[in-house]
Design a protein around this ligand. Structure first.
Ligand code: ZN
Length: 380
């Protein structure tokens, strides 16, 4: 295994790697032209990257119009390393092992769990054990583990998880288990990073994750806007209804008490008298159940109001909705957009995430690869 993974990659080396990823296949001469580095630097950096097996020579290209030797083309070696990403939610854990281009090697999910302070480490290790039971041979092996947490995280500590309890020092516990870097990040932030890296062409987006609660991730040029105390994006805890329903955060009337999937399921199970999941919501909607339709309409209006306010604060290029219900009932989107008519929100694009995969996991992969390659504005 090549022992180069935990040092921060040198700046010019990262520029060359980024150019190689963007251009797919390129000659050394073109690398020099695009990167602005001189040919001698490009030559020595590409030699190092070839030795590290992060890039490969593919074929002999065509000679330029001026004649001369035919160039040898280079590409990024997307199979050079592996990345682990987990989404640890109150009642499920999902995980993927991927190559460094995001291609999935294996995936695991456990549902109907109750994650607690006592069992979280054991459950996480069980998922990682399953994911890595068959490990493909790669030059750099696993270069990082990123875990999405449904709550507030600072660099190393879990600060606040309203819907479940986790050990504050979870990262420290995990570091003791592995010889690769471990990252913890808020799940909505990761979903935004996943969109930025794998689907979106824009440099400025907000991704709204609607699950038990509602969180937003804000990305600009590949960088998450976390805020001074890493509380940015907590749109679910902005007050929608004065003196409304009590929220675990201490407020009354928070958005997520009215417009999250959790709130929708609670409301519908009370009025329909049965256990509600996203599958039942969609099934009843298709059957034209008016109670469900009215609840979804109200839900869309609330979300539209919230997105309108958020757009006025952050001025994004696009807002991406990450919701299993919106993905299955896209006709809810115009109801939501009908609330966005003001000067500061009418031009903001709103779109339902096109990815069926768990975006938090893709964001986790992105965060690990960003660190490994030292490329912040990574687009794969
Ligand atoms: Zn709240």
């Amino acid at each position: 295994m090549i022992n180069s993974k935990y040092t921060i990659r040198e700046h010019n080396e990262a520029i060359i790697l980024k150019t190689l990823i963007d251009e797919k296949e390129i000659s050394r001469a073109a690398l020099a032209e695009i990167s602005g580095l001189n040919k001698a630097s490009v030559s020595s950096i590409t030699k190092k990257l070839l030795d590290d097996k992060l890039i490969v020579e593919t074929r002999v290209g065509n000679a330029s119009n001026l004649g001369g030797r035919k160039p040898i083309m280079l590409t990024f070696n997307s199979k050079a390393a592996l990345s682990l990403a987990l989404d640890v939610a109150p009642h499920y854990i999902e995980g993927v092992l991927t190559y460094i281009d995001g291609e999935i090697v294996s995936e695991v999910s456990f549902h109907d769990l109750d994650i607690t302070i006592e069992n979280s480490l054991e459950q996480i290790l069980r998922v990682i054990n399953d994911l890595t039971s068959i490990l493909p041979k790669t030059p750099h092996d696993i270069v990082g583990l990123c875990i999405g947490i449904h709550g507030l995280i600072d660099e190393d500590t879990i600060l606040y998880t309203p819907n479940y309890q986790l050990p504050r020092n979870l990262k420290e516990q995990l570091i003791q288990q592995f010889n690769f870097p471990v990252y913890l990040e808020n799940e909505a932030n990761l979903a935004a990073l996943g969109e930025y890296t794998f689907t979106s062409r824009t440099d400025s987006l907000i991704s709204l994750s609607i699950h038990t609660g509602i969180g937003a991730g804000i990305v600009e040029n590949g960088l998450l806007r976390n805020g001074k105390h890493r509380k940015a994006g907590e749109i679910g805890h902005t007050i929608l209804i004065p003196n409304g329903k009590i929220c675990p955060c201490g407020n009354h009337g928070c958005l997520e008490q009215y417009a999250s999937h959790g709130a929708l399921y609670r409301e519908l199970s009370a009025s329909l008298g049965k256990n509600i999941t996203s599958a039942t919501v969609v099934a009843e909607y298709i059957k034209d159940n008016h109670i469900v339709k009215d609840a979804l309409k109200k839900n869309a209006e609330y979300l539209g109001i919230a997105i309108s306010s958020f757009s006025a604060v952050y001025d994004p290029d696009i807002v991406i909705i990450n919701s299993s219900i919106y993905r299955q009932i896209p006709e809810l989107l115009p109801l939501l957009q009908a609330q966005m008519t003001g000067h500061f929100s009418k031009d903001v694009k709103v779109q339902i995430s096109s990815l069926n995969q768990n975006l938090t996991l893709l964001g986790g992969v992105s965060k690990t690869i960003q660190h490994f390659l030292n490329i912040q504005n990574l687009k794969l």
